[in-house]
Design a binder for this molecule. Structure first.
Ligand code: LLP
Length: 436
C-alpha cells in the first residue's frame, strides 16, 4: 500500500527508497515514514469537507507521532494540531506551527502548561474539568484575554475497541458527563464568565473504531444538549468537534472504512441536527491521529538469535521490541511483517517474533509465516506509524530508534538515533564516585 513496493533486488522499497539501504545507513531498528501517504490521508479528510462545502478543521492528534518534522508536514498540509501536553505544545511551537491552529487537550493541564499556551496565544483550549475551568479563568483574567474554549463532554457511548483506548463511556476520566448535569453546570459557568468564548462542544469516543454509528450517536447526544442550551441561553455553537478514532488496517482481521465515509456520515448527521434546531451550520472539527500516520510508518529490524522450543514454537528475535513498539505488549496489538531483504521468497515456516527486552511479554508478532529467517536478515513490520515512536521508551536502557522520512526517492533523517551518551545525559552520578 502507499508507495511501498518490491524492487528488482527483491527488497522492500518505500517512497522510492530501498529500505535495506536505509537500514545500512541509519542502523536498526529504524522507523520509516511514507510522506506521500501521510499527505494523501490528510488531503482525503480535508477534501471530503470541501466537497460538501462544510467549514472544518482537521486537527492532527500529535500524540500519535510528534516530532518537529511531522509538525512541519502537518503545517504544510494545512491541518490544525491537537496537543495534549506542554511537551507536544513545545514541539509544535519549536517547529513554527501557527499557534492559532493549535488545540490544547488533556485531563490535567497544569498551571504552567496553561500559562505557556496562553502566552503563545493558541487557538483553542478543550476544557476537560471544573478544576481546569477555574484555573483557566483565573489565568485568562491575569492575561486580560477572552479565551476560546470547547467543553469536552462524555456522551456515554461505548465504542467497540480495547478497554484502555475507549474514552467516551460514562465511567471515564475524561470530560464533563452529558447525562448527569455536569456538562450543564460547566457550560453555564463558562458562558457567564467574561473570560471565555465558548465555541462549542468536543467529544472523543475512542480509538481504532470501525463503525460510523458511534460518531452519529455522539453527534445526536451533543446536539440534544445544544438544543437545551439554545432554549435556555440562546446558545448557538460555532464549532462541534467529534474527536478522532478512525480505525486502520493493521492485519487482514481489520476491516476499516475509508476516512471519507466517516466524515460524510458525521456531516450528514450534523446537517440533520442543525436543520432540526433551525440554527446555522457550525464548523466541524475532527482529530485524526492514527488514521493519518498509522499505515505510513514501517519499522525495520535486524534479525538476530533464534530459539526452538521443539514441537511448539520457533522464536526469532529482533534488535528492538517493546522499547520501540509497546502496543503488542500493552494491547495485544497485531501486526504484519515481511523479510525486507527477501520479500519475494516463499514462506517456509511459521515463527514468533521476539523483542530483545528482558520480559517474556516482549513479543512483537505471534505465528508469522516467513521464509527461513536468519541473522543478517531484516524484518519490516508494517503500520507502526501511530503510537509507536511516540510511546517508545528506554526500558533496559535501549536507545530509541532513528526516524527517516522518505518521499520521491529522497530520504531525510528526522529524528536521530539515541546514543548511550544520551541515555546517561540526565543522570547525576554520586560525587565521590565519578568515573574520571
Ligand atoms: N482526540 C482525542 C481527544 C484523543 O484522546 C485521541 C486519542 C485522538 C483524538 C486521536 O485518536 P486516533 O485518531 O489516533 O485514534 N495509545 C493507543 C491509542 C490512544 C489514543 C488516545 N487518544 C494505541 O496505541 O492504540
Amino acid at each position: 500500500h502507499g508507495t511501498s513496493r518490491v524492487n528488482d533486488r527483491g527488497h522492500l522499497e518505500i517512497g522510492g527508497v530501498d529500505v535495506i539501504d536505509l537500514a545500512k545507513e541509519y542502523g536498526t531498528p529504524l522507523y520509516i515514514y511514507d510522506v506521500a501517504l501521510i499527505r494523501e490521508r490528510a488531503r482525503a479528510f480535508k477534501q471530503t469537507f470541501e466537497k460538501h462545502g462544510v467549514k472544518a478543521q482537521v486537527a492532527y492528534a500529535s500524540k500519535a507521532f510528534s516530532t518537529m518534522a511531522m509538525v512541519q508536514l502537518v503545517e504544510e498540509e494545512g491541518l490544525s494540531l491537537d496537543v495534549v501536553s506542554g511537551g507536544e505544545l513545545y514541539t509544535a511551537l519549536k517547529a513554527g506551527f501557527p499557534p492559532e491552529r493549535i488545540h490544547f487537550h488533556g485531563n490535567n493541564k497544569s498551571y504552567e502548561e496553561l500559562e505557556m499556551a496562553l502566552q503563545h496565544k493558541i487557538g483553542c483550549f478543550v476544557v476537560d474539568n471544573f478544576y481546569e475551568l477555574s484555573l483557566l479563568e483565573q489565568l485568562s483574567k491575569q492575561h486580560g484575554v477572552t479565551t476560546s474554549i470547547l467543553l469536552r463532554v462524555t456522551p456515554g457511548i461505548e465504542a467497540h475497541t480495547h478497554d484502555y483506548i475507549l474514552t467516551g463511556q460514562e465511567d471515564s476520566k475524561f470530560g464533563f458527563d452529558l447525562n448527569n448535569g455536569q456538562a450543564d453546570e460547566a457550560f453555564e459557568k463558562a458562558l457567564t464568565s467574561e473570560s471565555f468564548k465558548v465555541l462549542g462542544l468536543h467529544c472523543h469516543i475512542g480509538s481504532q473504531i470501525f463503525e460510523t454509528t458511534g460518531f452519529v450517536l455522539a453527534a445526536q447526544k451533543m446536539f440534544k444538549k445544544i438544543g437545551d442550551w439554545k432554549e435556555k441561553f440562546g446558545f448557538v455553537p460555532e464549532v462541534v468537534n467529534l474527536g478522532g478514532g478512525f480505525g486502520i488496517r493493521y492485519t487482514n482481521e481489520d476491516d476499516p472504512i475509508p476516512a471519507s465515509v466517516y466524515v460524510e456520515q458525521i456531516i450528514a448527521e450534523v446537517k440533520k441536527q442543525v436543520a432540526e434546531l433551525g440554527i446555522a451550520m457550525p464548523e466541524i472539527w475532527i482529530e485524526p491521529g492514527r488514521s493519518l500516520v498509522g499505515d505510513a510508518g514501517t519499522t525495520i529490524y535486524s534479525i538476530g538469535s533464534r530459539k526452538e522450543v521443539p514441537n511448539v514454537r520457533q522464536y526469532v528475535a529482533v534488535d528492538g521490541g517493546m522499547s520501540d513498539n509497546i502496543r503488542p505488549a500493552l494491547y495485544e496489538a497485531k501486526y504484519e511483517a515481511v523479510l525486507a531483504n527477501r520479500v519475494l521468497d516463499e514462506n517456509e515456516e511459521v515463527v514468533s517474533i521476539a523483542g530483545k527486552c528482558c520480559e517474556s511479554g516482549d513479543m512483537l508478532i505471534w505465528d508469522l509465516p516467513l521464509p527461513k529467517a536468519q541473522a543478517g536478515d531484516y524484518l519490516a513490520v508494517f503500520c507502526t506509524g501511530a503510537y509507536g515512536y511516540s510511546m517508545a521508551n528506554n526500558y533496559n536502557r535501549i536507545p530509541r530508534p532513528a526516524v527517516v522520512f522518505v518521499e520521491n526517492g529522497q530520504a531525510q533523517l528526522v529524528v536521530k538515533r539515541e546514543t548511550y551518551e544520551d541515555l546517561v545525559k540526565l543522570d547525576v552520578p554520586l560525587k565521590a564516585k565519578v568515573n574520571k
